[in-house]
Design a protein around this ligand. Sequence first.
Ligand code: ADP
Ligand code: MG
Length: 558
Amino acid sequence: MTNKKTDRRDHTYRENNHKEEQTGRNAGPTQFSELAVKPEITKAVARMGFEEMTPIQAKAIPPQLEGLDVVGQAQTGTGKTAAFGIPILQKVDPKLRKPQAIVLCPTRELAIQVADEIRKLGKYLSSIKILPIYGGQDISKQIRSLKAGVQVIVGTPGRVMDHLRRKTIRCDHIHTVVLDEADEMLDMGFREDIETILSDIDTDRQTLLFSATMPRPILDLTRIYQKDPVVIKVVRKELTVPNITQYYYEVRPKNKGEVLSRLLDFYAPKLSIVFCNTKRAVDELTTELQNRGYFAEGLHGDMKQTMRDRVMNRFRNGRTDILVATDVAARGIDVDNVDAVFNYDLPQDEEYYVHRIGRTGRAGKDGMAFSFVVGKEVYKLKDIRRYCKAKIKVRPIPSLNDVRETRVEKIFEKVDARIQNEDMDRYIDMVDRFVNEQDYTAMDVAAALLADILGNAEGEEIHERNRDDLFGDTGAAEEGMVRLFINIGKKLGIRPGDILGAIAGETGISGRLVGAIDMYDKYTFVEVPREIAADVLEAMKNVKIKGKSVNVEPANQK
Ligand code: ADP
Ligand code: MG
């Protein structure tokens, strides 16, 4: 092994060497002022209010400045944009009015966000132009902007490829290519586009890859397209987020909406993000919340970009209080001041849990994270707990009484503020007149007004623990499971995966909750947790598997 290689290995950080890191071995710079970059950049960073580098920045910036390829893994919100943005700004030649760096991002929203961040970092560097380009935007307009002499392009893979083909972006001077949120780009099916772009730009380029997770396909890309990359991993370090209060609730799927409403009313977060595992669940829950009178909007990958932008803007400026989203749609999106995160569906992946709840409790503020757990998902929650060493405590669902009390408290807080700050004379006159005319006391009137504000939004009490058993004994092999009969089988070329996929897809539950699947020629038995059996039946009512309508019912005992 050459010296150089050993050197590079030193940049790799893992959980088990935090101590070393802290005692200073390998300690690189931690202050922006220690970086060998133009003073304009350090000035901008200071203006942005950054005190010191985040770990990924401290580890990833120096090797990039040396011209090395870098793979950087760090969770969402750890400042990966500046980690590649600063070296790009340092390397770009302002006098050369040609594209010199390309950053690939998975979505338009992210491209805009990343371009904005780099622009802020480059605020004091005159004549460096940064342009976001993405699908859905008028291409001739983009071409005009590109002609004006752009040095840094931040774009979605499809659109960048398009411009490369049209030669409206030329590669001759491109020295840096960044794959930002690489895992998400692969999830979204951009692999081919990315490979085409990387093969097109075959000059002596520096290739940088940033991602929150490092699944196999990313490592493959790394091997093919990077030269001896420096691998930096600062994932587990900030895994537990101490200022986030984490609770979970055992809820039946059909009660999730009601429980969510209660928690929203009880804790009254200003901005919340509610995570669902499927696009369909996002749509359904959004509608349900809207029907219940909340300012909620959904965000998922099937929505048009313009729509997504609009939703995000309304959420950012507080016109929407509740964002209902899938992981992919919400990943990388950066909104501060989120007070609460709800895992309406428990995330598929333990790491996602950390990403999700990391949306709250930012910038030293307190945050809350609430997870809904259905039946055997408790085991998954245990895995999550172990993985992120978090204290996730079980909580009883607030009763209607609890909810009412907090609502009353909130109302009285407002009343208090009004009495303190506003002139009440006019209203006192009105009340006075009414009291005298009707022979009521002021107390009667206040009570009636309160009742009026509280309304009669009284739901049913939920008794999660006393579930009546609708299914009886269906002959399930596993305890706590219900055996369902499905009227299709092997003869139709259907495999267990199809059944599993249909159930998981339709109900939004994890496939892992589905138990034994026994397939026969013409029918199939599948076991599902008792708690969700009714929902599975309901969800499967109008479903087709491989084009076949199916009928699902509880199996007979034998
Ligand atoms: P990531 O890409 O890792 O998800 P971002 O680059 O979007 O993270 O950064 C998240 C937020 O942190 C942004 O608001 C960014 O301005 C801010 N930020 C970045 N670096 C620092 C720093 N060193 N100190 C404080 N805030 C930072
Ligand atoms: Mg990012």
